[in-house]
Design a protein around this ligand. Sequence first.
Ligand SMILES: NC(=O)c1ccc[n+]([C@@H]2O[C@H](COP(=O)([O-])OP(=O)(O)OC[C@H]3O[C@@H](n4cnc5c(N)ncnc54)[C@H](O)[C@@H]3O)[C@@H](O)[C@H]2O)c1
Length: 283
Amino acid sequence: MKIAVVGTGYVGLVTGTCFAEMGATVTCVDIDQHKIDGLEKGVLPIYEPGLESLVLKNHQQGRLQFTTSLADAMKGSNIYFIAVGTPPGEDGSADLQYVLGVAREIGQHMTDYCVVIDKSTVPVGTADKVRAIIEEELKNRGVSIGFDVVSNPEFLKEGAAIDDFMYPDRIVIGSDSERASKIMRDLYAPFNRNHERTVIMGVRDAEMTKYTANSMLATKISFMNEIARLCDAMGVDVENVRRGIGSDSRIGFSFIYPGAGYGGSCFPKDVKALIHMAEQHDI
Ligand SMILES: NC(=O)c1ccc[n+]([C@@H]2O[C@H](COP(=O)([O-])OP(=O)(O)OC[C@H]3O[C@@H](n4cnc5c(N)ncnc54)[C@H](O)[C@@H]3O)[C@@H](O)[C@H]2O)c1
């Protein structure tokens, strides 16, 4: 299978490399010429354990290419991942300018049926916007070409990204089309050899799943910090409380260390975006 991954950041580079490692032919696209030049020479823009050797191997073996031209990357492929950033806007909502910009470019260059996959973390309803922009561009060109938009959120953790991608807890695919679901199942088949990990659902359900997962994890961290403050005030050792509750299988030991509040590149912006979605619906 031949795929194009647009946005060669953390998610795009790991996604493209892991699909190449599993036998697909992948072109990673980025507007950052410096990044692409570096990758061509084997210089990675990020450090992630295990990633460098996989990039070098798959690049040398011809399954992983890098370019700044989306039009070139699209040639001979009908599977396009959008993996660009979705930073927070001033009101907390996810800024979709990069995602929608890529959608527009896809609409300008596509020639045959294709599946456009939102891998970026995007609010509920984004696939509809991506679809509308592509349709607008096709109309401007005076052509009619079929396509589907799929949501396939990514759950990898920085620092364990390769393992998370290769052995995911689940692969969430939001698709409202049988044809696109089949293509996605085929694409992810190598990751399901051991057991079926794919969860197929509606597009909007998949978009919401990503925000719900990150917000749930952020909630556990913040909740435990609130408990720690109360413990301090009352002369209780929160470490013992942690061990006491973590052993309950309904709670578990993950994400209940008291300490610094949650941070990183995703939790703060995704929690803000979820709150923004709730406010928009008076919830
Ligand atoms: N980093 C993580 O751990 C992680 C995990 C899961 C999901 N996500 C989500 O995945 C998405 C991408 O995150 P990231 O951390 O990989 O971002 P990133 O900032 O590392 O990479 C984004 C890349 O997209 C490129 N880009 C922007 N516009 C482009 C265009 N028009 N054409 C081609 N390339 C373009 C940028 O130059 C950049 O290299 C975000 O929505 C994020 O929330 C991130």
